[in-house]
Design a protein around this ligand. Structure first.
Ligand code: GLU
Length: 445
Protein backbone atom coordinates (compact mmCIF):
# COMPACT_ATOMS: atom_id res chain seq x y z
CA UNK A 1 0.00 0.00 0.00
CA UNK A 2 1.23 3.45 -0.91
CA UNK A 3 0.63 6.52 1.23
CA UNK A 4 0.58 9.70 -0.84
CA UNK A 5 2.55 11.82 1.67
CA UNK A 6 5.28 9.21 2.14
CA UNK A 7 5.64 8.54 -1.55
CA UNK A 8 5.85 12.25 -2.42
CA UNK A 9 8.30 12.97 0.41
CA UNK A 10 10.57 10.25 -0.91
CA UNK A 11 10.23 11.48 -4.50
CA UNK A 12 11.18 14.99 -3.40
CA UNK A 13 14.18 13.68 -1.50
CA UNK A 14 15.39 11.81 -4.59
CA UNK A 15 14.77 14.75 -6.95
CA UNK A 16 15.92 17.83 -5.05
CA UNK A 17 15.50 21.29 -6.60
CA UNK A 18 13.11 20.07 -9.31
CA UNK A 19 9.86 21.78 -8.26
CA UNK A 20 8.16 21.48 -11.66
CA UNK A 21 8.81 17.75 -11.83
CA UNK A 22 7.48 17.32 -8.30
CA UNK A 23 4.39 19.41 -9.17
CA UNK A 24 3.62 17.29 -12.25
CA UNK A 25 4.24 14.03 -10.39
CA UNK A 26 2.14 15.07 -7.39
CA UNK A 27 -0.86 15.79 -9.62
CA UNK A 28 -0.66 12.40 -11.33
CA UNK A 29 0.12 10.37 -8.21
CA UNK A 30 -2.75 11.98 -6.31
CA UNK A 31 -5.16 11.03 -9.11
CA UNK A 32 -4.03 7.45 -9.46
CA UNK A 33 -3.03 6.35 -5.97
CA UNK A 34 -6.37 4.68 -5.22
CA UNK A 35 -6.29 2.83 -8.54
CA UNK A 36 -2.78 1.62 -7.71
CA UNK A 37 -3.62 0.59 -4.13
CA UNK A 38 -6.66 -1.32 -5.36
CA UNK A 39 -4.51 -3.40 -7.71
CA UNK A 40 -1.94 -5.61 -5.94
CA UNK A 41 -0.15 -6.23 -9.25
CA UNK A 42 0.69 -2.52 -9.46
CA UNK A 43 1.78 -2.34 -5.82
CA UNK A 44 3.92 -5.48 -6.04
CA UNK A 45 5.57 -4.26 -9.23
CA UNK A 46 6.56 -0.98 -7.51
CA UNK A 47 4.80 0.77 -10.36
CA UNK A 48 4.86 4.25 -8.81
CA UNK A 49 8.60 4.21 -8.19
CA UNK A 50 9.23 2.91 -11.69
CA UNK A 51 6.89 5.27 -13.51
CA UNK A 52 8.33 8.38 -11.84
CA UNK A 53 11.94 7.50 -12.68
CA UNK A 54 13.15 8.42 -16.19
CA UNK A 55 14.71 5.53 -18.07
CA UNK A 56 17.68 7.68 -19.02
CA UNK A 57 18.85 11.30 -19.00
CA UNK A 58 21.47 12.82 -21.30
CA UNK A 59 23.07 16.17 -20.56
CA UNK A 60 25.56 17.65 -22.98
CA UNK A 61 27.55 20.76 -23.80
CA UNK A 62 26.51 22.81 -26.82
CA UNK A 63 29.23 25.13 -28.11
CA UNK A 64 28.50 27.54 -30.93
CA UNK A 65 29.75 30.81 -32.34
CA UNK A 66 27.67 33.99 -32.29
CA UNK A 67 27.69 36.66 -35.03
CA UNK A 68 30.51 38.55 -33.29
CA UNK A 69 32.73 35.49 -33.52
CA UNK A 70 32.46 34.90 -29.76
CA UNK A 71 32.13 31.38 -28.44
CA UNK A 72 28.91 30.62 -26.57
CA UNK A 73 28.18 27.65 -24.34
CA UNK A 74 24.74 26.23 -23.54
CA UNK A 75 23.53 23.03 -22.00
CA UNK A 76 21.48 20.52 -23.97
CA UNK A 77 19.42 17.61 -22.65
CA UNK A 78 17.36 14.66 -23.73
CA UNK A 79 15.22 12.92 -21.13
CA UNK A 80 14.06 9.46 -22.25
CA UNK A 81 11.31 8.99 -19.74
CA UNK A 82 9.39 5.84 -20.58
CA UNK A 83 9.25 3.62 -23.67
CA UNK A 84 6.71 1.02 -22.55
CA UNK A 85 4.29 1.99 -25.34
CA UNK A 86 6.72 2.83 -28.15
CA UNK A 87 9.78 4.88 -29.04
CA UNK A 88 10.44 7.87 -26.78
CA UNK A 89 8.50 10.77 -28.28
CA UNK A 90 8.33 14.40 -27.33
CA UNK A 91 9.47 17.85 -28.28
CA UNK A 92 12.60 19.93 -27.89
CA UNK A 93 12.32 23.23 -26.04
CA UNK A 94 14.74 26.14 -26.45
CA UNK A 95 14.03 28.60 -23.66
CA UNK A 96 16.21 30.26 -21.01
CA UNK A 97 14.04 28.75 -18.24
CA UNK A 98 14.90 25.17 -19.28
CA UNK A 99 16.53 23.03 -16.59
CA UNK A 100 16.76 19.29 -16.16
CA UNK A 101 13.76 19.51 -13.79
CA UNK A 102 11.69 21.27 -16.48
CA UNK A 103 12.41 18.54 -19.00
CA UNK A 104 11.71 15.79 -16.46
CA UNK A 105 8.29 17.32 -15.79
CA UNK A 106 7.63 17.56 -19.52
CA UNK A 107 8.88 14.04 -20.27
CA UNK A 108 6.75 12.66 -17.44
CA UNK A 109 3.63 14.47 -18.69
CA UNK A 110 4.41 13.41 -22.23
CA UNK A 111 4.36 9.73 -21.22
CA UNK A 112 0.71 9.93 -20.14
CA UNK A 113 -0.29 12.32 -22.92
CA UNK A 114 1.13 10.01 -25.56
CA UNK A 115 -0.65 7.10 -23.94
CA UNK A 116 -3.94 9.01 -24.22
CA UNK A 117 -3.48 9.45 -27.98
CA UNK A 118 -3.72 5.62 -28.31
CA UNK A 119 -0.76 5.74 -30.73
CA UNK A 120 2.35 3.63 -30.00
CA UNK A 121 4.58 6.31 -28.48
CA UNK A 122 6.59 6.43 -25.27
CA UNK A 123 7.44 9.70 -23.53
CA UNK A 124 10.52 11.90 -23.78
CA UNK A 125 11.55 15.54 -23.90
CA UNK A 126 14.65 17.53 -24.69
CA UNK A 127 15.90 21.02 -24.98
CA UNK A 128 18.34 23.67 -23.99
CA UNK A 129 18.60 26.88 -21.99
CA UNK A 130 19.48 28.58 -25.30
CA UNK A 131 17.40 31.75 -25.69
CA UNK A 132 16.29 32.30 -29.32
CA UNK A 133 15.14 35.87 -28.56
CA UNK A 134 17.08 38.39 -30.64
CA UNK A 135 19.25 35.72 -32.29
CA UNK A 136 19.96 35.99 -36.00
CA UNK A 137 19.00 33.27 -38.41
CA UNK A 138 22.65 32.24 -38.73
CA UNK A 139 23.04 32.02 -34.97
CA UNK A 140 19.97 29.77 -34.77
CA UNK A 141 21.44 27.64 -37.57
CA UNK A 142 24.80 27.26 -35.84
CA UNK A 143 23.18 26.46 -32.51
CA UNK A 144 20.87 23.83 -34.04
CA UNK A 145 23.77 22.16 -35.84
CA UNK A 146 25.84 21.97 -32.73
CA UNK A 147 22.89 20.71 -30.66
CA UNK A 148 22.13 17.94 -33.18
CA UNK A 149 25.78 16.94 -33.51
CA UNK A 150 25.48 15.59 -29.97
CA UNK A 151 21.77 14.67 -29.88
CA UNK A 152 22.04 12.37 -32.92
CA UNK A 153 23.93 9.86 -30.80
CA UNK A 154 20.85 9.16 -28.72
CA UNK A 155 17.91 9.26 -31.15
CA UNK A 156 16.57 7.21 -34.05
CA UNK A 157 13.26 6.54 -35.81
CA UNK A 158 12.65 3.43 -33.69
CA UNK A 159 14.38 4.70 -30.55
CA UNK A 160 13.53 8.29 -29.81
CA UNK A 161 11.77 10.79 -32.10
CA UNK A 162 12.02 14.46 -31.04
CA UNK A 163 9.85 17.29 -32.39
CA UNK A 164 9.27 20.97 -31.70
CA UNK A 165 8.13 22.74 -28.55
CA UNK A 166 8.59 26.30 -27.29
CA UNK A 167 11.32 28.01 -29.35
CA UNK A 168 11.54 25.13 -31.82
CA UNK A 169 9.40 25.35 -34.96
CA UNK A 170 9.73 24.24 -38.57
CA UNK A 171 12.88 26.32 -39.12
CA UNK A 172 14.74 24.78 -36.18
CA UNK A 173 13.50 21.27 -37.02
CA UNK A 174 14.81 21.87 -40.56
CA UNK A 175 18.26 22.91 -39.37
CA UNK A 176 18.44 19.97 -36.96
CA UNK A 177 17.19 17.47 -39.54
CA UNK A 178 19.70 18.84 -42.06
CA UNK A 179 22.53 18.22 -39.64
CA UNK A 180 21.21 14.73 -38.80
CA UNK A 181 21.20 13.87 -42.50
CA UNK A 182 24.68 15.32 -42.97
CA UNK A 183 26.02 13.15 -40.17
CA UNK A 184 24.03 9.96 -40.72
CA UNK A 185 23.06 10.04 -44.38
CA UNK A 186 19.61 8.70 -43.56
CA UNK A 187 16.17 9.84 -44.66
CA UNK A 188 14.07 8.62 -41.77
CA UNK A 189 11.31 9.93 -39.56
CA UNK A 190 13.78 10.68 -36.77
CA UNK A 191 12.16 14.07 -36.14
CA UNK A 192 8.55 15.16 -36.57
CA UNK A 193 7.27 18.60 -37.41
CA UNK A 194 9.28 18.43 -40.61
CA UNK A 195 8.48 20.68 -43.58
CA UNK A 196 5.81 19.35 -45.92
CA UNK A 197 8.27 18.98 -48.82
CA UNK A 198 10.74 16.87 -46.88
CA UNK A 199 8.71 14.33 -44.97
CA UNK A 200 6.43 16.42 -42.79
CA UNK A 201 2.73 15.87 -42.27
CA UNK A 202 0.04 18.29 -43.33
CA UNK A 203 -1.83 19.78 -40.33
CA UNK A 204 1.15 19.22 -37.96
CA UNK A 205 1.74 22.99 -37.50
CA UNK A 206 -1.94 23.54 -36.67
CA UNK A 207 -2.42 20.31 -34.74
CA UNK A 208 -1.94 21.38 -31.10
CA UNK A 209 -4.29 24.36 -31.38
CA UNK A 210 -6.82 22.54 -33.55
CA UNK A 211 -6.74 19.55 -31.20
CA UNK A 212 -7.35 21.75 -28.16
CA UNK A 213 -10.42 23.23 -29.85
CA UNK A 214 -11.72 19.79 -30.84
CA UNK A 215 -11.30 18.76 -27.20
CA UNK A 216 -13.02 21.98 -26.03
CA UNK A 217 -15.85 21.35 -28.45
CA UNK A 218 -16.37 17.91 -26.86
CA UNK A 219 -16.29 19.50 -23.40
CA UNK A 220 -19.02 22.01 -24.24
CA UNK A 221 -21.11 19.32 -25.93
CA UNK A 222 -20.82 17.13 -22.83
CA UNK A 223 -22.35 20.04 -20.92
CA UNK A 224 -25.21 20.53 -23.39
CA UNK A 225 -23.49 23.64 -24.69
CA UNK A 226 -21.88 24.92 -27.91
CA UNK A 227 -18.79 26.91 -28.92
CA UNK A 228 -21.00 29.20 -30.99
CA UNK A 229 -20.80 32.78 -29.70
CA UNK A 230 -18.38 31.99 -26.88
CA UNK A 231 -16.00 34.76 -25.84
CA UNK A 232 -12.53 33.29 -25.53
CA UNK A 233 -9.16 34.35 -24.11
CA UNK A 234 -5.95 32.80 -25.39
CA UNK A 235 -2.46 33.45 -24.03
CA UNK A 236 0.73 33.27 -26.08
CA UNK A 237 1.11 34.12 -29.75
CA UNK A 238 3.18 31.17 -30.96
CA UNK A 239 2.33 28.11 -32.94
CA UNK A 240 -0.16 26.71 -30.41
CA UNK A 241 -2.05 29.99 -29.96
CA UNK A 242 -2.16 30.45 -33.75
CA UNK A 243 -3.83 27.08 -34.34
CA UNK A 244 -6.19 27.69 -31.43
CA UNK A 245 -7.48 31.09 -32.60
CA UNK A 246 -8.07 29.82 -36.14
CA UNK A 247 -10.07 26.77 -35.08
CA UNK A 248 -11.96 28.67 -32.36
CA UNK A 249 -13.09 31.14 -35.02
CA UNK A 250 -14.16 28.33 -37.33
CA UNK A 251 -16.21 26.82 -34.51
CA UNK A 252 -18.06 30.10 -34.03
CA UNK A 253 -16.24 31.47 -30.98
CA UNK A 254 -14.65 34.90 -30.70
CA UNK A 255 -11.06 35.08 -29.45
CA UNK A 256 -10.35 38.47 -27.94
CA UNK A 257 -6.83 38.07 -26.50
CA UNK A 258 -3.35 36.82 -27.28
CA UNK A 259 -0.25 37.61 -25.24
CA UNK A 260 3.52 37.75 -25.09
CA UNK A 261 6.15 38.24 -22.40
CA UNK A 262 5.56 42.00 -22.84
CA UNK A 263 1.81 41.99 -22.07
CA UNK A 264 -1.44 41.12 -23.79
CA UNK A 265 -3.57 42.26 -26.72
CA UNK A 266 -7.29 42.90 -26.27
CA UNK A 267 -8.97 42.88 -29.65
CA UNK A 268 -12.71 43.33 -29.15
CA UNK A 269 -13.30 42.82 -32.88
CA UNK A 270 -11.99 39.29 -32.52
CA UNK A 271 -8.71 37.78 -33.75
CA UNK A 272 -10.62 36.33 -36.63
CA UNK A 273 -9.15 37.21 -40.02
CA UNK A 274 -6.49 35.58 -42.17
CA UNK A 275 -4.53 38.84 -42.03
CA UNK A 276 -4.45 38.74 -38.22
CA UNK A 277 -3.43 35.07 -38.17
CA UNK A 278 -0.68 35.70 -40.73
CA UNK A 279 0.53 38.60 -38.63
CA UNK A 280 0.88 36.29 -35.61
CA UNK A 281 3.17 34.08 -37.71
CA UNK A 282 5.15 37.15 -38.77
CA UNK A 283 5.51 38.34 -35.16
CA UNK A 284 6.80 34.95 -34.10
CA UNK A 285 9.25 34.74 -37.00
CA UNK A 286 10.75 38.11 -36.03
CA UNK A 287 12.30 36.49 -32.91
CA UNK A 288 11.64 39.63 -30.87
CA UNK A 289 9.24 37.83 -28.51
CA UNK A 290 6.83 40.79 -28.27
CA UNK A 291 3.15 40.99 -29.10
CA UNK A 292 2.66 44.78 -28.72
CA UNK A 293 3.01 45.66 -32.46
CA UNK A 294 -0.30 43.84 -33.12
CA UNK A 295 -2.14 46.65 -31.29
CA UNK A 296 -0.98 49.41 -33.66
CA UNK A 297 -1.44 47.32 -36.74
CA UNK A 298 -5.06 46.36 -36.01
CA UNK A 299 -6.26 49.15 -33.72
CA UNK A 300 -6.49 46.85 -30.70
CA UNK A 301 -5.52 47.54 -27.09
CA UNK A 302 -2.16 46.54 -25.64
CA UNK A 303 -2.01 46.09 -21.88
CA UNK A 304 1.63 45.97 -20.90
CA UNK A 305 3.11 43.54 -18.38
CA UNK A 306 -0.19 41.85 -17.61
CA UNK A 307 -1.77 38.52 -18.40
CA UNK A 308 -5.06 38.16 -20.26
CA UNK A 309 -6.83 36.39 -17.37
CA UNK A 310 -8.31 39.67 -16.08
CA UNK A 311 -10.52 39.88 -19.20
CA UNK A 312 -14.07 38.49 -18.65
CA UNK A 313 -14.60 35.49 -20.96
CA UNK A 314 -16.61 32.28 -21.24
CA UNK A 315 -13.61 30.09 -22.00
CA UNK A 316 -9.90 30.54 -21.23
CA UNK A 317 -7.08 28.77 -23.06
CA UNK A 318 -3.59 29.11 -21.56
CA UNK A 319 -1.38 28.44 -24.60
CA UNK A 320 2.03 29.81 -23.57
CA UNK A 321 4.09 28.06 -20.84
CA UNK A 322 3.87 26.18 -17.55
CA UNK A 323 2.42 27.90 -14.47
CA UNK A 324 1.19 30.89 -16.49
CA UNK A 325 -2.19 30.95 -14.71
CA UNK A 326 -2.08 31.36 -10.91
CA UNK A 327 -4.66 30.90 -8.15
CA UNK A 328 -5.23 34.65 -8.18
CA UNK A 329 -5.89 34.52 -11.95
CA UNK A 330 -8.22 31.56 -11.41
CA UNK A 331 -10.20 33.54 -8.84
CA UNK A 332 -10.48 36.50 -11.22
CA UNK A 333 -11.67 34.27 -14.07
CA UNK A 334 -14.26 32.57 -11.88
CA UNK A 335 -15.45 35.89 -10.41
CA UNK A 336 -15.88 37.13 -14.00
CA UNK A 337 -18.06 34.14 -14.85
CA UNK A 338 -15.76 31.81 -16.80
CA UNK A 339 -17.45 28.52 -17.80
CA UNK A 340 -14.57 26.37 -19.12
CA UNK A 341 -10.77 26.27 -18.79
CA UNK A 342 -8.81 24.39 -21.40
CA UNK A 343 -5.15 24.11 -20.45
CA UNK A 344 -3.41 24.07 -23.79
CA UNK A 345 0.15 24.69 -22.57
CA UNK A 346 1.81 21.89 -20.60
CA UNK A 347 0.93 22.38 -16.90
CA UNK A 348 -0.26 25.90 -17.73
CA UNK A 349 -2.01 26.31 -14.36
CA UNK A 350 -0.28 26.39 -10.99
CA UNK A 351 -0.77 23.56 -8.49
CA UNK A 352 -3.24 25.64 -6.45
CA UNK A 353 -5.21 27.02 -9.43
CA UNK A 354 -6.29 23.56 -10.66
CA UNK A 355 -8.04 22.41 -7.44
CA UNK A 356 -9.70 25.83 -7.23
CA UNK A 357 -11.40 25.33 -10.62
CA UNK A 358 -12.38 21.80 -9.62
CA UNK A 359 -13.77 22.96 -6.27
CA UNK A 360 -15.85 25.55 -8.13
CA UNK A 361 -17.05 22.77 -10.48
CA UNK A 362 -15.70 24.57 -13.54
CA UNK A 363 -14.94 22.01 -16.27
CA UNK A 364 -11.13 22.03 -16.50
CA UNK A 365 -9.36 20.23 -19.37
CA UNK A 366 -5.75 19.45 -18.34
CA UNK A 367 -2.89 19.96 -20.79
CA UNK A 368 -1.99 16.32 -21.17
CA UNK A 369 -5.44 15.67 -22.63
CA UNK A 370 -6.29 18.99 -24.29
CA UNK A 371 -2.95 19.57 -26.01
CA UNK A 372 -2.32 15.99 -27.13
CA UNK A 373 -3.27 16.87 -30.71
CA UNK A 374 0.24 18.06 -31.51
CA UNK A 375 1.97 14.86 -30.58
CA UNK A 376 -0.91 12.85 -32.03
CA UNK A 377 -0.24 14.31 -35.47
CA UNK A 378 3.47 13.71 -34.86
CA UNK A 379 2.49 10.06 -34.41
CA UNK A 380 0.61 10.24 -37.71
CA UNK A 381 3.71 11.79 -39.31
CA UNK A 382 5.71 8.79 -38.07
CA UNK A 383 3.15 6.44 -39.65
CA UNK A 384 3.32 8.27 -42.97
CA UNK A 385 7.14 8.26 -42.89
CA UNK A 386 7.20 4.53 -42.14
CA UNK A 387 4.83 3.87 -45.04
CA UNK A 388 6.69 6.34 -47.27
CA UNK A 389 3.54 8.12 -48.33
CA UNK A 390 1.61 11.18 -47.29
CA UNK A 391 -2.02 11.74 -46.46
CA UNK A 392 -3.95 14.81 -47.54
CA UNK A 393 -4.91 17.48 -45.02
CA UNK A 394 -8.52 16.35 -44.70
CA UNK A 395 -7.47 12.81 -43.81
CA UNK A 396 -5.01 13.92 -41.12
CA UNK A 397 -7.50 16.44 -39.72
CA UNK A 398 -10.22 13.80 -39.53
CA UNK A 399 -7.91 11.41 -37.69
CA UNK A 400 -6.87 14.21 -35.32
CA UNK A 401 -10.50 15.00 -34.55
CA UNK A 402 -11.24 11.32 -33.86
CA UNK A 403 -8.26 11.06 -31.51
CA UNK A 404 -9.33 14.15 -29.55
CA UNK A 405 -12.89 12.84 -29.29
CA UNK A 406 -11.55 9.54 -27.94
CA UNK A 407 -9.35 11.30 -25.41
CA UNK A 408 -12.36 13.26 -24.23
CA UNK A 409 -14.40 10.07 -23.93
CA UNK A 410 -11.59 8.41 -21.93
CA UNK A 411 -11.51 11.38 -19.52
CA UNK A 412 -15.28 11.16 -19.04
CA UNK A 413 -15.25 7.41 -18.47
CA UNK A 414 -12.55 7.63 -15.77
CA UNK A 415 -13.38 11.06 -14.38
CA UNK A 416 -17.15 11.43 -14.10
CA UNK A 417 -18.24 11.56 -10.47
CA UNK A 418 -21.52 10.51 -8.87
CA UNK A 419 -22.65 14.16 -8.85
CA UNK A 420 -22.15 14.31 -12.64
CA UNK A 421 -19.12 16.63 -12.49
CA UNK A 422 -16.44 15.48 -14.90
CA UNK A 423 -13.04 15.68 -13.23
CA UNK A 424 -10.95 15.74 -16.39
CA UNK A 425 -7.68 15.84 -14.42
CA UNK A 426 -8.46 12.59 -12.67
CA UNK A 427 -9.91 11.08 -15.84
CA UNK A 428 -6.88 11.91 -17.99
CA UNK A 429 -4.39 10.77 -15.36
CA UNK A 430 -6.10 7.43 -14.72
CA UNK A 431 -6.71 6.66 -18.39
CA UNK A 432 -3.17 7.67 -19.39
CA UNK A 433 -1.58 5.82 -16.47
CA UNK A 434 -3.38 2.49 -16.84
CA UNK A 435 -2.12 1.82 -20.36
CA UNK A 436 1.49 2.61 -19.48
CA UNK A 437 1.36 0.66 -16.21
CA UNK A 438 -0.23 -2.40 -17.83
CA UNK A 439 2.38 -2.37 -20.57
CA UNK A 440 5.12 -2.16 -17.96
CA UNK A 441 3.66 -5.19 -16.17
CA UNK A 442 3.46 -7.11 -19.47
CA UNK A 443 7.07 -6.26 -20.27
CA UNK A 444 8.49 -7.27 -16.90
CA UNK A 445 11.41 -5.40 -15.34
N1 GLU B 1 5.92 19.58 -27.84
C1 GLU B 1 4.64 19.02 -28.12
C2 GLU B 1 4.02 18.49 -26.85
O1 GLU B 1 4.23 19.05 -25.80
C3 GLU B 1 4.66 18.02 -29.26
C4 GLU B 1 5.60 16.87 -29.10
C5 GLU B 1 5.75 16.00 -30.34
O2 GLU B 1 5.15 16.30 -31.36
O3 GLU B 1 6.52 15.04 -30.25
O4 GLU B 1 3.25 17.56 -26.84
Amino acid sequence: MYRLEDFMADLERRNPAEPEFIQAAAEVVESIIDVVNDNPAYVNAKILERITEPDRVFSFKVEWEDDNGDVQVNRGYRVQFNNALGPYKGGIRFHPSVTLGTLKFLGFEQTFKNSLTTLPMGGGKGGSDFNPRGKSNNEILRFCRSFMTELQKYIGPNTDVPAGDIGVGAREIGYMYGQYKRLRDENTGVLTGKGRNWGGSLIRPEATGFGAMYFANEMVKAHGDTMEGKRVSVSGFGNVAWGAVMKATELGAKVVTISGPDGYILDEDGINTQEKWDYMVQLRASNNDVVAPYANKFGAKFISNKKPWEVPVDMAFPCAIQNELSLEDAKTLVANGVSYIVETSNMGCTADAVPYFIEKKIPFGPGKAANAGGVAVSGLEMSQNAMKLSWDAAEVDEKLKGIMQNIHAACVSQGKGSDGYINYVKGANIAGFKKVADAMLDLGY
